[in-house]
Design a protein around this ligand. Structure first.
Ligand code: PYC
Length: 308
């Protein structure tokens, strides 16, 4: 099975370019269901140790069902599947360019949650026009041990997010363990109180925002991903969810730039257009760099062949 690895602002993406399971030729949501129900060992063995690690996001390159698209993709991580992944889409675009599958300029990628338009500005710099994003609920209350009542917004940016506008902990790399523990508590509290996104969508990403010390940037964030790892990038779907909240609160105008810094200092630029009174179309721009290409091997009798 052949792969190309990249990182987008520090967050890794492993694109499986050859040798993935046969998922049929249904639409991308049907193929994702097939992968989840019949080939979950593939996901675990590609992304978990010893071949991967918990921060890595996998991207299975597929033939698109929608023939107007240049490629199809299914994103997955150490615990399951992602409807969309912003940093992963930027990494995939850079990978497709390296493979000679696309040139600079516009391309269309099909994901299980919709078509994403992509603009490849150079071999590393990419803008993605994400799926329609919106705030579902404002100022939702959760109780967190040691922190009391905490308020957050629930928003969709291709995944469900709980966004806390003012992090109670300083957004600093030195605080990674504390930030992670806090976000895990928030997530447990959401689960215990059956607080979800629209249509019972599981809120599996927690996003904390706070001030940045870098001149010219608007905000810094910490995003906890579903499998307990933190996003090294500012999170494409998380920045989209953030833009939806800023738009809903009238804090950012259409087409105005929002520079979002991640906990490790990488930056995405974001802006949006209104689709209707509640939904926005976000554009996220970031850079990805390739760092590895190779072949994954499975030897007979490996006790950890399916991933740890
Ligand atoms: O960039 O959308 C994103 C993302 C989701 C999970 C990790 N990164």
């Amino acid at each position: 099975m052949k792969f190309i690895d990249s990182h987008t602002g520090g967050e890794p993406t492993r694109v499986i370019i050859e040798g993935g399971p046969d998922l049929g030729d249904g639409d991308l949501q049907e193929r994702l269901d097939n992968l989840r129900n019949h080939h979950d060992d593939f996901r675990s063995s590609v992304i978990n140790e010893p071949r991967g690690w918990d921060a890595m996001v996998g991207a299975l390159l597929c033939e698109p069902h929608d023939k107007t698209c240049d490629a199809g993709v299914i994103f997955f991580n150490n615990v399951g599947y992602l409807g969309m992944c912003g940093h992963g889409t930027i990494g995939l675009a850079v990978t497709l360019y390296e493979m000679g599958r696309v040139g600079l300029g516009a391309l269309r990628l099909e994901t299980p949650v919709g078509v994403v338009k992509v603009e490849l500005h150079s071999s590393n710099r990419v803008s993605i026009r994400n799926v329609p994003s919106y705030r579902f609920k404002k100022d939702v209350e959760v109780q967190v041990d040691g922190f009391g009542t905490v308020y957050g917004d629930i928003a969709w940016g291709g995944n469900w997010f709980f966004l806390i506008e003012e992090s109670p902990l300083t957004l600093d790399k030195a605080n990674l363990k504390k930030l992670t523990a806090f976000c895990l508590q928030v997530r447990s509290s959401l689960e215990e109180n059956r607080i979800s996104g629209e249509g019972q969508g599981e809120i599996d990403h927690i996003e904390l925002s706070g001030p940045t010390n870098t001149a010219g940037l608007n905000s810094k964030n910490f995003v906890l991903c579903p499998g307990g790892a933190y996003d090294r990038s500012p999170c494409g779907t998380g920045t989209s969810a953030k833009l939806a909240c800023l738009a809903a609160d009238g804090k950012l105008k259409p087409r105005e730039n929002w520079s979002q810094e991640s906990i490790i200092g990488s930056v995405f630029d974001g802006s949006y257009e209104w689709i209707d009174e509640s939904r926005i179309l976000p554009t996220i721009t970031g850079s990805a760099h390739l760092y590895s290409r190779g072949e994954l091997l499975w030897q007979e009798g490996d006790p950890f062949g399916k991933g740890i």
